[in-house]
Design a protein around this ligand. Structure first.
Ligand code: UDP
Length: 329
């Protein structure tokens, strides 16, 4: 298939591009490089630009005879979305709707969309199934939910076939070690802990040890970035006119912040000092996927079932790229 990957220079998008290429698809990439890196794009034809640039998107859709779009381009930090919601509504909603309109004009009606477990807010039931009510507690979650609703309406009215894939915590790196996670500033737990292991930070701060969880730190479901990619491929193959796929992507197993730090100690063999800090606003105590529906619908199961091999791939990347991607060009 001819696939346009929007946000293909970012963390998850760059792994997706490689997987698409290896699976025999032809790929074009559009990324504004606001958080992505040209060096992360290892295949396909790269365009730097904005997804709301209708002329540019139109020319890419035509030139590459695009049949499907995968959309990873979004702002995805809960705290930032609370502080600057305008940025989130502009990037995640307005720009995405512009992308959908460009697709509609050219009759490109297959979309795999990066959604999030943040659309559930504070879940009533954990593990979280797709039947859990979607009630976001921050602007980030709302922006993703708005697009999910738009996609349902586009499916009904225009015959769009879409998959809204609700990620839990993306983690790890390509086993080759040449692409991985690089954010500036970094805010995610595993890369921060590994930066402590590398001696780049004095300690990791645990955001609260008074949560209603077994060891009183927050629990998350960490899913390897290539497993996310494999689920996208499976979803892509199932899209036809009017198809609606809405699935949680996680392993079904949760790890507390303390458990994550302990796994990182075991993998790196380094001392990783920790300090206890206050809770981070907007953090739900426990987010773990009920992963059964994705397996049933997609025939997909994460290859990385436990955290240790996921952290091993991340550590491989961080050791070989202690300062992330080369930013000199
Ligand atoms: N966390 C932490 N210290 C940090 C960064 C994160 O204790 O320096 C916790 C955070 O509260 C959450 C978990 O680690 O419970 C994962 O956070 P991350 O930002 O990686 O992903 P999120 O869950 O926000 O998508």
């Amino acid at each position: 298939m001819n696939v346009l990957v929007v946000g293909g220079a970012g963390y998850i998008g760059s792994h997706m591009v490689r997987l698409l290429e290896r699976s025999g698809h032809r790929v074009a990439i559009l990324d504004n490089l606001s958080t992505g890196f040209a060096a992360a794009v290892r295949a396909g034809k790269f365009y730097q630009g904005e997804m709301e640039d209708g002329e540019l998107v139109d020319s890419i859709l035509v030139e590459h005879s695009i049949e499907a779009v995968m959309h990873f381009a979004a702002c995805a930090l809960v705290g930032e979305s609370v502080a600057d919601p305008a940025k989130y509504y502009r990037n995640n909603v307005v720009a995405t709707l512009a992308l959908l309109e460009s697709m509609r004009k050219r009759n490109v009606k297959k979309l795999v969309f990066s959604s999030t477990c943040a659309t559930y807010g504070i879940p009533q039931t954990v593990p979280i199934s797709e039947r859990e009510p979607q009630a976001p507690v921050n602007p980030y979650g709302f922006t993703k939910l708005v697009v999910e609703r738009a996609l349902a309406d586009y499916a009904a009215a225009y015959g769009f076939g879409y998959a809204a894939l609700r990620y839990f915590n993306a983690a790890g790196a390509s086993p080759e070690g040449d692409i991985g996670e690089d954010h500036d500033p970094e805010s995610h737990l595993i890369p921060l802990v590994l930066q402590v292991a590398l001696g780049q930070r004095p300690h990791i701060t645990i955001f609260g040890d008074d949560w209603p969880t077994p060891d009183r730190t927050c629990v998350r479901d960490y899913i390897h970035v290539d497993d996310l990619g494999a689920a996208h491929l499976a979803a892509l193959e199932r899209l036809g006119p009017g198809t609606e796929i809405r699935l949680n992507l996680g392993t079904g197993r949760g790890y507390s912040v303390r458990e994550v730090i302990d796994v990182c100690r075991a993998v790196t063999g380094r001392e990783i000092p920790e300090v206890i800090g206050p809770r981070r606003p907007g953090d739900p105590p426990e987010l773990v996927a009920d992963a059964r529906e994705a397996e049933r619908v997609l025939g997909w199961k994460p290859k990385y079932q436990t955290l240790r091999p996921i952290v091993e791939t991340a550590w491989n990347w961080h050791q070989h790229h202690p300062h992330g991607y080369d930013k000199s060009h």
